[in-house]
Design a protein around this ligand. Structure first.
Ligand SMILES: *Cc1c(COP(=O)(O)O)cnc(C)c1O
Length: 436
């Protein structure tokens, strides 16, 4: 299968090149030239399948032409050694818990798959030169990518994160690892980190001297596997509630919109989804786009749902492409909400008090959207993208009681932090990379 750039829509590259390059040469995002429809019998018995079986079937549809079957099966099996349970929160509202992986956030899914796929390509090609993964993070990407790639031979990872804008627990998850992982503390916000990474990819001379790739959700190997769990949510819903849900709505707490766009792919593949809701915090570029038809990127604003503090969501380019550059088409399947920190906190507290279910601030945003937007006859699944303990300080203040850290997080926090300070200036970053 070939992957084309959202900028020119033309000349396609092979999967391997799309994964290694991350971003197309013209700065567009890669898109698969076809989206395979899954046969109806797959959906008839889907509730009998495990997550592995579902993920492998969907992975074959995406990657089956380009990765040998036994290797692909191994990659899927190794990547997903944790569960992604669907939990009922209240009538018609379900939480798809995506935080049971090693760093307790949904990005483990894409990051673990991508690291293994990249290692497969490096091995298959017998590549000599080290591959450098550059990743900008607003909080959770860095830890998922760093842990996904930790100790993988032939790969070095550079994590760029905004100084003072990620939680101490998030920071510990990518600054204490050592080995092939280097953390850079950037004096700026997430958009500055993302801009440094994008500039590095566009720098012809730098790319001649080093092999660079991205592990942000712009990379197809991180982005596409996120479609797997939409099918699994559907399967679990069908199994737990055989009376069924005819009108399924997915609500996705969104930042760079990779997660939501993967859901759009699942729908194109035949999954019975009625519509999607993008839940935003005060970074409401997409919300404003749906209201006005004008896409206007803005600097991001810090919020308590900090992994969604994105002012220019990169996957908007994929959504725009997928819907044939039509505002009307996008609006027919996706709506959006936006909430202030106070509203997010109020929903988190209210849900906990009434149901005993503890949300994290990102999930709380999506939960609130479902409580407000769900119509009669619909049932809603929101993606619970991180464990609440990842945002310990905010969550404890909101519910006014203390939270026990899960064992996995305790281990990170106990490690010692090592980072390099970095300015927002590209020349400094470039010199740093070349000195490594
Ligand atoms: C990254 C992240 C998001 C946003 O996901 P996108 O794919 O960038 O839209 C939401 N919640 C959490 C906890 C995250 O880490």
């Amino acid at each position: 299968m070939k992957y084309y750039s959202t900028h020119n829509g033309q000349e396609g590259v092979a999967l391997q090149d799309a994964v290694i390059k991350g971003l197309a040469a013209d700065k567009g995002l890669f898109m698969p030239e076809r989206i395979e429809q899954l046969p109806s019998d797959f959906f008839e018995h889907i509730e009998e399948l495990s997550f592995f079986e579902i993920a492998y079937r969907v992975a074959q549809a995406f990657f089956g032409d380009d990765v040998e079957a036994s290797a692909l099966e191994g990659i899927v099996r190794e990547s997903f050694d944790f569960d992604l349970p669907l939990v009922k929160v209240q009538d018609n509202i379900y939480s798809l818990e995506l935080f049971h992986g090693p760093t307790l956030a949904f990005k483990d899914v894409g990051a673990r798959f991508m690291s293994r796929l990249l290692a497969y390509f490096i091995g298959r090609e017998g590549m000599q030169q080290e591959v450098n993964v550059l990743v900008a993070t607003s909080g959770d990407t860095g830890s998922a990518v760093a842990n996904g790639f930790l100790g993988v031979e032939g790969i070095r990872v550079y994590v760029l994160y905004p100084k003072g804008l990620v939680s101490p627990i998030q920071e510990s998850q990518f600054t204490t690892l050592g080995q092939n992982i280097t953390a850079l503390e950037v004096s700026g916000n997430f958009d500055d980190c993302q801009a440094l990474v994008k500039e590095a990819f566009a720098d012809v001379e730098l790319n001649k001297r080093m092999k660079l790739t991205s592990a942000n959700s712009i990379n197809v190997a991180r982005f596409l596997p996120q479609a797997f769990y939409y099918f699994y949510a559907y399967a679990q819903l069908k199994k737990q509630y055989p009376q069924g849900c005819k009108e399924l709505v997915f609500c996705v707490p969104s930042g760079n919109f990779g997660n939501l766009t993967a859901g759009l792919f699942a729908k194109r593949m035949g999954l019975a989804v009625k519509r999607f809701i993008a839940a935003n915090n005060r970074n409401d570029v997409f919300f404003e786009f749906l209201r006005t038809g004008v896409y206007r990127p803005r600097p991001s604003i810090p919020t308590i749902a900090n992994a969604m503090d994105v002012g220019d969501p990169s996957n908007f380019a994929r959504m725009w492409d997928l819907y044939g550059r039509s505002y009307e088409n996008i609006r027919s399947e996706i709506s959006a909400t936006r909430y202030t920190d106070e509203e997010i906190a109020a929903s988190l507290a209210e849900c906990f008090r009434r149901t005993g279910y503890l949300l994290d601030p990102h999930g709380a945003c999506a939960y609130r959207a479902l409580t407000e937007e769900l119509q009669r006859g619909e049932c809603g699944v929101f993606l619970e993208t991180a464990h609440p303990a990842k945002f310990k300080e905010s969550v404890e203040a909101i519910i006014d009681s203390s939270l026990e850290l899960p064992e996995k997080l305790k281990a990170f926090v106990a490690g010692s932090k090592q980072t390099y300070p970095m300015s927002r200036n590209f020349t400094d970053f470039r010199n740093f990379l070349l000195s490594q």
